[in-house]
Write a protein that binds this ligand. Sequence first.
Ligand code: AP5
Length: 219
Amino acid sequence: MRSGKQTGLRLVLMGKPGAGKGTQAEKLAGDFGLPHLSSGAMLRADIREGTRLGKKVKEYVLKGEIGPEELITEAILGYIERNGLGDRFVLDGFPRTIFQAAELDRKYSPHLCILLEITDSEAESRLSGRYTCGRCGKVYNLDYSPPETPGVCGRCGGKPARRKDDTPPAIRKRLQIFESEARPVIRHYESGSRLERVDASLPTARVLQIISSLIEKEE
Ligand code: AP5
C-alpha cells in the first residue's frame, strides 16, 4: 500500500469477463485504500451460503446470465449504505445494465469509470487459465500468475479451483451479454465524460499504472 494514501473516490471498473476487473480492483483497493465491492463475488458467497438471494441467483450465475437486476441492485446499494461506503469504493461487475447505472447515479454517482478493453479471444484464453481460491477469493492464472506452490493459495493456504461459470458455454453467454447490456452503459458514462478506456491486454502491472495515474488526475 502507498504510504497512508486514502482517496475519496467512487470508481467503477467495467469490461468483458476476463478483462481483469477483479485483479485490478483488488490491487487498487490495497494501493488507494478503496473498499472493493464485487457483485459477482457477493453473489457467489450468497450461493455458497444458501441465502435467499443466493437461491434466487444460482441458476443465472451458473449459466452466465444476468441475475434479477432489481434484487441485485438493492443488495449492492443496500450494502454500500449499511456500511457507510458511499464516498469511496471500487465497484467491479456493477452496474452492468442501464437500470443499474441509473440507480447507482441516483444514490452514489461515480466520479470515474474505467473500461478495460480486451478481445473476446484474449478473454476466453484468460478465463480458461483462471483459478480462484475457494477460501479467500484470490485469483490466479496458470499461464500468467500461477500460485507459487502448485494447487495451494499463497495468501491463505486454500485450494484454488476453476469457477463453475468458467465453462465454454457460460463464457460465451457472458461475452454476448456484455455486448448487449454493457454497450448502453458505456455510452451513458461516455456522454457524461466520466469514461476512460484502458488497454487491458497489457501486463497487469502496466494496466495498474495507467489506472493509478487516471485516479491521481481525479484527486
Ligand atoms: P462476475 O464475477 O462479475 O464475472 P464477469 O463480469 O464475467 O467477470 P470475471 O470475474 O469473469 O472477469 P474479471 O474481469 O474480473 O477478470 P479477472 O480479474 O478474474 O459475475 C459473475 C456472474 O454474476 C454474472 O455472469 C451474472 O450472472 C452475475 N452478476 C454479477 N454482477 C451482476 C449484476 N450487476 N447484475 C446481474 N447479474 C450479475 O481476470 C481473469 C483472468 O485473467 C485471471 O486468471 C487473471 O489472473 C488474468 N489476468 C487479469 N489481468 C491480466 C493481465 N493484464 N494479463 C494477463 N492475465 C491477466
